[in-house]
Design a protein around this ligand. Structure first.
Ligand SMILES: *Cc1c(COP(=O)(O)O)cnc(C)c1O
Length: 356
């Protein structure tokens, strides 16, 4: 049976990427070795490392004034690394979901942190008006979460504030065009849109990383990995290789503008279907709807459970909502084909007919 994986992360990778990795698994590029067993100091691995980096720079139009770092520890470790490197006096946060709240509460350990806006009052079904955001005088940065994986919201407009912008883009990186120059730092776990778990990307302005807090561990200092081309210690070589294959795949299909069109089409199909139905509902204010994570419910929690179980049996797997919101959530990242979304909508139609 053909399976479509709607998991929020780790999530689907492109078929072509997996086939290439499979073909080359035992013998990469005539080396007689698998990437999984190669020295990270070997020339053959270094080519992978550098190609992955330059492809990401090309795809996101990242200028020479930024470092591109390949790290470990997940986006969650960046909740600490960001303040440890960039927080000198105070930092401001916008809380638009669980991950944003975690980022703010970790940062509180390392300095004066203020939550200057939150969407908690309406269970994170919207993004606070960015035009009304004002950062505190002298704030070192403003932290936002570009796409809220659990609640299915996203920033469709960026705040124009005095403080430099830091963004967690774990669940939206490479899904739509963004202007990197608007950000001081962008970070993302790779396991949503790029590669298997284990790799975390950090894109950071070169001129802001040289004043970490004195307590910042060597391994969490951006300067440590920047000076070593992310080879200070053993990097997650295989995940970086898979990222390189995903970047090649994306470039071949026309880059971010091309995948953005497809993503808008896929999300549009699903939201239109939900909006035209009296059976299914999506709680998010329309202008803030995510292109990547689409939460929805049926008329009752019992039917939600039944939906999730029957979907799983039909090959539409991992579509249950996050435990904090319930219902369902279809994560439709870059690698989810249009066919997967159409198959889901067909299933939703049948389920409604049988259960209304
Ligand atoms: C998944 C996710 C995280 C957590 O990522 P880890 O790599 O598991 O630490 C953080 N922020 C956002 C927006 C996410 O989607």
């Amino acid at each position: 049976m053909k399976v479509y994986n709607f998991a929020a992360g780790p999530s689907m990778l492109a078929e072509e990427v997996k086939l290439t990795a499979q073909r080359d698994f035992l013998n990469y590029n005539g080396s007689g070795m698998s990437v999984t067993e190669m020295s990270h100091r070997s020339a053959v691995y270094e080519n992978i490392h550098n190609e992955a980096q330059s492809l990401l720079r090309e795809l996101m139009h990242i200028g020479d004034n930024y470092h591109v770092l390949f790290l470990q520890g997940g986006a969650s470790m960046q909740f600490e690394a960001v303040p440890l490197n960039l927080l000198h006096t105070k930092a401001d946060y916008v809380v638009t979901g669980n991950f944003a709240a975690k980022a703010a509460s970790e940062a509180q350990k390392y300095g004066d942190v203020a939550v200057i806006a939150s969407s908690k009052d309406k269970n994170h079904t919207y993004i606070p008006d960015v035009d009304k955001l004002v950062t505190r005088e002298g704030a070192d940065y403003l932290h936002i979460t570009g796409n809220n994986t659990i609640f299915g919201t996203r920033y469709t407009k960026l705040p124009k504030v005095a403080a430099p912008l830091v963004a967690d883009m774990s669940s939206m990186i490479l899904s739509e065009e963004i202007d990197v120059n608007q950000f001081a730092l962008i970070y993302a776990g790779a396991q949503k849109n790029i590669a298997p778990a284990g790799l975390t990307l950090v894109i950071v302005k070169k001129d802001i990383i040289n004043r970490p807090q004195s307590i910042c561990p060597t391994m969490l200092r951006y300067s440590t990995q920047a000076e070593a081309n992310s080879l200070y210690n053993t990097p997650p070589c295989f995940a970086i290789y898979m990222a390189m294959l995903t970047f090649r795949w994306l470039k071949n299909m026309g880059g971010v503008p091309a995948i953005q069109k497809i993503n808008e089409y896929k999300a549009g199909l699903l939201y239109d279907f939900i909006d035209n139905s009296s059976f299914y509902k999506n709680p998010v204010q329309k202008e803030y709807r995510s292109l990547m994570n689409v939460p929805f419910t049926t008329p009752s929690p019992e039917l939600d459970k039944k939906f999730t179980a029957e979907a799983e049996k039909s090959g539409l797997v991992a579509i249950g909502g996050h435990r904090s919101v319930g219902g369902m959530r279809a994560s439709i990242y870059n690698a989810m084909p249009v066919e997967g979304v159409k198959t889901l909508i067909d299933f939703m139609k049948k389920f409604e007919l049988a259960n209304r």
